[in-house]
Write a protein that binds this ligand. Structure first.
Ligand code: ADP
Ligand code: MG
Length: 249
């Protein structure tokens, strides 16, 4: 469960606002994520879930409020931003692997370029991570030669290679054929059990029940409800959450 040795949550958003033109897409968001905590974010399409993830690693600038990672304010730009962004691993719905690099190169590249690791060490670590996500035998292939589930597991290994403090997953299984969903979710459950701090946008209730400490329900750019998974799924408080769950369950 959540442990906060130095009292500071690993990720803290306070009073975060974001507009796209007239659209108030994140509305006064307050959210704290403790070390080792797994938070599942759910909500209807367009409620701001992806924007929230992108704001957390500054792929998307915010208009108001503060976001800290491990106590450090995220700056808008510059070297410091690159370093802090490397603290936040991100896995998207589309696998986003480099098509012209092998699986091994995909995983080893970031540590060499950004973390300045020696290549041999980065390769060795990449092989360990590929082992961990169950695709070690694919190391020398190109992404297009892998199934969607395998590619997504490589994407997870690539993010882990940067040794992030927190991992963000934005609908990581939404683009997968049904029979591949569990192989990706199983890797994520393993990460959660190993103590990784995770923010996971997903409608996979099974994952939420197995791995999440908290569910955050978003609608219309707001955090409408926060609860433990079992409570949220069996006894949602807000009408909007009830309505949403009645459509997806
Ligand atoms: P979700 O991930 O919950 O489906 P998003 O965060 O992707 O929601 O989007 C929230 C709202 O912001 C939607 O109405 C979407 O159309 C809008 N939006 C997202 N990205 C942009 C953008 N780059 N420019 C303008 N509007 C955007
Ligand atoms: Mg989205």
């Amino acid at each position: 469960m959540t442990s906060r040795p130095n009292g500071e949550p690993l990720v803290r958003l306070s009073g975060v606002d974001k507009w796209f033109g007239e659209l108030h897409v994140l509305q006064d968001i307050d959210l704290e994520i403790g070390r080792g905590e797994v938070v599942v974010v759910i909500g209807p399409s367009g409620s701001g879930k992806s924007t929230l993830c992108r704001a957390i690693n500054r792929l998307e600038p915010i208009d108001n409020g503060e976001i800290t990672i491990d106590g450090a304010l995220l700056p808008e730009e510059g070297k410091e931003l690159a370093r802090l962004r490397a603290d936040v691993g991100m896995v998207f719905q589309s696998f986003n692997l480099f098509a012209h690099k092998t699986v091994l190169e995909n995983v080893a590249l970031g540590p060499v370029k950004v973390r300045k690791k020696p290549k041999a060490e980065a390769d060795r670590r990449a092989r360990e991570l590929l082992e961990r996500v169950g695709v070690a035998s694919q190391a020398d292939k190109y992404p297009a030669q892998l199934s969607g589930g395998q590619q997504q597991r490589v994407a997870i290994a690539r993010a882990l290679a940067m040794e992030p403090k927190v991992m963000l997953f934005d609908e990581p299984t939404s683009a997968l054929d049904p029979e591949m969903i569990n192989e990706v979710l199983d890797v994520m459950v393993g990460l959660a059990k190993d103590g990784m701090t995770m923010v996971v946008v997903t409608h996979e209730m099974g994952f939420a029940r197995r791995a999440a400490n908290r569910v955050v329900f978003m609608d219309g750019g707001k955090v409408v409800e926060t609860a433990e998974p079992e409570t949220f799924f069996t006894n949602p408080q807000s009408d909007r959450a009830k309505d949403f769950l009645s459509k997806i369950l």
